[in-house]
Design a protein around this ligand. Structure first.
Ligand SMILES: *Cc1c(COP(=O)(O)O)cnc(C)c1O
Length: 394
């Protein structure tokens, strides 16, 4: 049996005719850049993310980059983020001339640890307050601990840029006086950054991204920055860039967005089946650690996207051997991420190499992603778990 890590074909086949019709319409309209479909998608995403504004951009990376640019973060500034995330989170910081500062992750959720964030902010205040933004990542589809992070951001007066590239539609609980309210990824920080890279839960037929914001002025600024900082045309108050979203991507994404909630549910159901099968296989006590759904037991979680499982990440001993074994049995898997950001070669000129983030470094050694996409069939999941059982019991 073959089990790819991700197979986009079933999704595409189901929507093929509808997508072709919409794409043909765009082609016939010749409005290829920032056409009406981009505005329509911006409105749909704003509604979906529970924010008044969404600005379509060219990729998730550019969503982060344009957010930092529009905030005026640059040389001499630092940005506090996680050392355990996709490269773009850090790359965007360095590209505006700022430097990344890291706080270690929580080993259970893989998200940035609020205690470490508090320490980093306190230290930074002593050293002259150079941190100009806090950039938590909602890694693998589950929100970072935003209730505490927002409190810290307020205390230290640092704006928050959410890297929600893996977490569109994910919900985060806020509990006060025993009452829980839920807030959606992208609605908590001043900027919410999303990616429509094809492997995300909402993926285009190419690159694309979106910035969400509750701040109307910031939204206006983003629209100017995505078009070379021009306002009006040919008058440049800022140096922006070409960060525009293609109309074809927008029309496809708007069609797919209607199915996103069901796809999230299907992913959660797959996660539940994995959990049951790993339990039955008696692999959980010593061998396999399943991904934690940190908010699953919070009141109201069942009606919420407490996790959207963009990735299903387990921790295992002998990770690299298991990876080869799975590959030899036609099971797709991947390591997200084998090298922490603070250890990337490109960062050497910027960072002191004594910094260490033990939880992130451990995660880079023992995590592996298993297939979780919505159309995965139960027998495929059974085969994955059985193959892992065979590996550890042989
Ligand atoms: C995918 C991703 C990005 C970048 O998005 P692109 O659309 O590929 O540029 C940024 N951050 C995280 C955490 C991601 O997973």
């Amino acid at each position: 049996m073959q089990v790819p890590l991700l197979d986009l074909k079933p999704q595409m086949e189901k929507l093929h005719d509808e997508i072709m019709e919409a794409v043909t319409k765009v082609i016939d309209s010749t409005q290829f850049i920032l056409g009406d479909e981009v505005t329509a998608l911006e409105q749909s995403i704003a509604a979906y993310c529970a924010v008044p504004n969404a600005v379509g951009v060219s990729s998730g990376t550019d969503a982060l980059l344009i957010s930092l640019m529009a905030m005026g973060v640059g040389p001499g500034d630092t940005v506090l983020t996680s050392p355990y995330t996709f490269f773009a989170t850090m790359g965007s910081i360095v590209r505006v001339g700022a430097r990344p500062v890291f706080a270690d992750i929580d080993p259970v959720t893989f998200n940035i640890n609020p205690t470490a964030v508090a320490e980093a902010l306190a230290l930074d205040r002593k050293n002259g307050s150079r941190i100009k933004a806090l950039m938590p990542v909602h890694l693998f589809g589950q929100c970072a601990d935003m209730q505490i992070l927002l409190q810290l951001a307020e205390e230290y007066r640092v704006p928050v840029i959410e890297d929600g590239a893996q977490a569109i539609g994910s919900d985060c609980p806020f509990t006060e006086h025993g009452k829980t309210t839920w807030r959606r990824a992208g609605s908590m920080g001043i900027s919410g950054c999303f990616s429509f890279f094809p492997s995300k839960n909402l993926g285009g037929i190419g690159d694309g991204g979106m910035v969400t914001t509750y701040d109307n002025d910031f939204a206006d600024l983003l629209r100017i920055y995505r078009n070379h900082g021009a306002s009006p045309k040919y008058h440049h108050a800022y140096i922006g860039g070409n960060f525009r979203l293609d109309t074809i991507q927008a029309c496809v994404l708007d069609i797919k967005l209607k199915h996103l909630e069901q796809w999230h549910r299907d992913r959660r159901q797959n996660a539940q089946l994995y959990t049951r099968l790993f339990e039955d296989a008696r692999l959980l006590d010593e061998t396999v650690t399943l991904p934690a759904a940190a908010y699953k037991n919070v009141p109201g979680a069942m009606e919420r996207n407490y996790h959207i499982y963009n990735q299903f990440i387990i921790r295992v001993p002998r990770r690299d051997e298991l990876r080869s074994f799975l590959q030899s049995r036609d099971i797709g898997c991947e390591v997200y991420y084998p090298v922490c950001l603070h250890q990337q070669e490109c960062l050497r000129p910027y960072n002191d190499d004594t910094a260490s983030f033990p939880e992130a470094e451990q995660a880079a050694l023992d995590t592996i992603a298993l297939p979780i996409y919505p159309e995965l069939r139960p027998e495929q999941i059974e085969y994955v778990v059985q193959t892992i059982k065979d590996f550890y019991q042989s």
